[in-house]
Design a protein around this ligand. Sequence first.
Ligand code: ADP
Length: 261
Amino acid sequence: AMKIVHSANLSSRLPVRGDDEFAALASNMNAMLDRIEKLFQGIRQVSDNIAHDLRSPLTRLRADVEVALQQEDPVKYRETLERALEELQEMQEIFQSLLSLGQAEAGSLQIRKKPLNLSALLEDMAELYAPLMEEKEQTLTTRIPEGVTISGDRQLLAQVFSNLFDNAIKYVPAGGMIELALARRGERVEIVLADSGPGIVPEMRSKVFDRFVRLDPSRTLPGTGLGLSLVKAFVELHGGSVSVSDSRLGGAAFTILLPVT
Ligand code: ADP
């Protein structure tokens, strides 16, 4: 006889004997248990990551506040508080990203689509990031035809391109190249941000868009692993898609397709 398993530990499976409908039912149940277990593992992984990512800025914040309380020199006191503020901002960004992701997934994120001059937005972003790239001796090339307009939410799309630019600047070594191109593709527009950085190995190309996925296990560079998840969520809210491939510059090329209307 079959025994129903009441257990928080989902590892037990029903025995599948013979090939009658009970066996079919049992193996369906087992498949369902597999899926539930995977889901739980995912949830646990996400909460572990949140705890981990918030712990470091929180620890530094606490240290800063403790130091500040001991400081008599007003200049040093102020410097310490400014550092503490940066830690706070980092935590706030993590929370904001998680909130936006949650809202995007629940379909409750406010998206305000309006006619948007994408050419102008990309030019503005390139101008905004140029000084940072210059600082890292990275060369930015743009191929942006004038007057490409779509229907989109300026703020969300600006965040999408900021995240991609931030990554390019972060992961492309000094002296490298970054290329931004915009093109019409029938009823859609294509935006490609290509770079000469380390690239992304093929088996990780779909995974990097998941929350908290970071390729560098030693975590030498700062980051939360949320940037590309937001890129994907915001692009999909526009009915578009994003993918990553090899770039002819040697690194990664992120391609975004957006419907014109
Ligand atoms: P974060 O940059 O905060 O780690 P993201 O979600 O923006 O998180 O990116 C996820 C991971 O994808 C990064 O940790 C990095 O390993 C990889 N990645 C993103 N952009 C690039 C890029 N331009 N070149 C190489 N690797 C990248």
